[in-house]
Write a protein that binds this ligand. Structure first.
Ligand code: ADP
Length: 409
């Protein structure tokens, strides 16, 4: 027995005696260690979970989730403002869809720090507060937000936010426009004042009186034109088709525009040639379209040298009418092309003073195009000339007949 035991002990190293009978295969110690490790890990994970769970329970007892008062959610959902509810840990508890769209929420936090500090102030003293906040998004222009912050319950703060970006833009355009108009009106009014004084002082010099009075005539014409253009523009601001829209023959618009500039063209020996496809019609506001085409022809004559040629063409192109006014005048530098449609913008202000330009003509053209469902395109090359194209939806005779039939019915 001993001998056999000894013999056996001297056999394969690592053999476990106690295990010998049920298991014939030897057991690796590294596998045993791995099993023990895994069991330890499982126990550790369970303990961690239990500890976290008890901690969370403790926290829940300390800070129960604030309850949104009954009915409040419904009221907030019908408000036109974006609504956000913030709890005492500065976390967003609820927010309406427009609040996310407005970009004032990032994850579960209010994004603008200015708005967040307003929330904290309101939480401290319970006073309702209003603020105008500017937000600079990563992409795009600055957004302007009006926010009203109020305590809703002892634990919830309500933030109501309205996007005022558009109103701010309109207001700043209005302010610029009023400032520009005042400035522009001052020039001819000031000139008339000085000329009136000069006429008074030159009463014994008939030649000077004639000279000054013709200058007065010119300045008063400039003033009348400026006032008329300001009125035209103010009527056009909404870019919507006026109630006076009718079917208008393009041929008539072109002849009237050429007639309007005939005296100036004759004076500069400029030939105005026209090529208009027959029967072209647009559905739009006659006075507006007359002003737009006349402005384009007038500019072509004004900015062209003596003896040159201006052409006005109109043709149908894929359901649109393309009315183009081309000249061989001074042209416009490429970097100015984006700006010439702005109100009161002139490429060369000194030259504009000499030509009597107001800087409003192309702005009127742009708004007339938009109000009548069209666009305006420009090509220009300094020294070579310019070409302005009004693109307007063609009015077909079929549509006209259908309209007439409907009216009769
Ligand atoms: P203005 O009353 O000064 O002509 P517009 O708004 O009609 O005002 O035009 C803006 C500016 O664009 C002008 O001051 C002029 O410099 C430039 N411009 C417009 N049309 C032409 C043209 N056909 N050729 C060259 N420059 C032009």
């Amino acid at each position: 027995m001993n001998a056999s035991r000894k013999a056996s002990r001297g056999g394969a190293p690592g053999t476990c005696w106690a295990c010998r009978a049920p298991y014939d295969r030897p057991v690796d110690t590294s596998a045993g260690l791995a099993i023990a490790g895994a069991v330890g890990a499982v126990i550790g994970a369970m303990l961690t979970y239990l500890w976290r769970f008890s901690e969370r329970k403790q926290q829940t007892v300390d800070e129960p989730t604030p309850v949104v008062p009954p009915g409040a959610e419904l009221v907030l959902s019908v408000l036109s403002s974006s609504a956000v509810l913030i709890d005492s840990a500065d976390t967003v508890v609820k927010a309406s869809a427009p609040a996310f769209a407005m970009g004032i929420i990032n994850d579960d936090r209010l994004e603008p720090e200015e708005l967040m500090s307003l929330v904290r102030q309101v939480r401290r003293d319970g006073q309702v507060r209003d603020a105008d906040i500017s937000m600079q998004p990563k992409r795009g222009a600055t957004a302007h937000i009006h926010a009203r912050v109020a305590p809703l319950t002892s634990r919830l703060i309500l933030v109501l936010a309205d996007d005022r970006t558009r109103e701010q833009r309109v207001e700043s355009i209005r302010r610029d426009f009023v400032a520009n108009v005042s400035h522009e009106l001052k020039t001819p009014v000031g000139a008339l004042n000085l000329l009136a004084e000069a006429v008074g002082e030159a009463k014994d010099d008939p030649e000077a009186v004639v000279r000054f009075s013709s200058r007065m005539h010119l300045e008063s014409e400039r003033l009348t034109r400026l006032v008329q253009q300001i009125i035209d523009l103010s009527r056009l601001q909404n870019d919507i088709l006026s109630d006076d829209a009718t079917a208008i023959k393009i041929g008539e618009l072109v002849s009237e525009a050429c007639e309007h500039s005939a005296t100036e063209a004759e004076h500069k020996k400029i030939e105005i040639a026209t090529a208009v496809e027959p029967d072209l019609q647009v559905h739009g506001d006659r006075a507006q379209l007359h002003a737009a085409v006349s402005n384009l022809v007038e500019n072509a004559v004004t900015y062209s040298p003596e003896g040159s040629r201006v052409t006005v063409t109109a043709q149908l192109d894929d359901g649109d009418i393309r009315l183009t006014v081309t000249d061989n005048g001074i042209g416009i530098p490429g970097e100015e092309l984006d700006r010439i449609f702005e109100r009161f913008y002139r490429v060369d202000p000194a030259r504009a003073r000499a030509t009597g330009g107001t800087g409003l003509g192309l702005s009127i053209v742009k708004h007339v195009a938009a109000s009548n469902g069209g666009t305006v395109e420009v090509w220009s090359e300094p020294g070579l000339g310019s070409s302005f194209t009004l693109v307007l939806p063609a009015h077909s005779h079929d549509t006209e007949e259908t309209d007439d039939e409907e009216e009769q019915a």
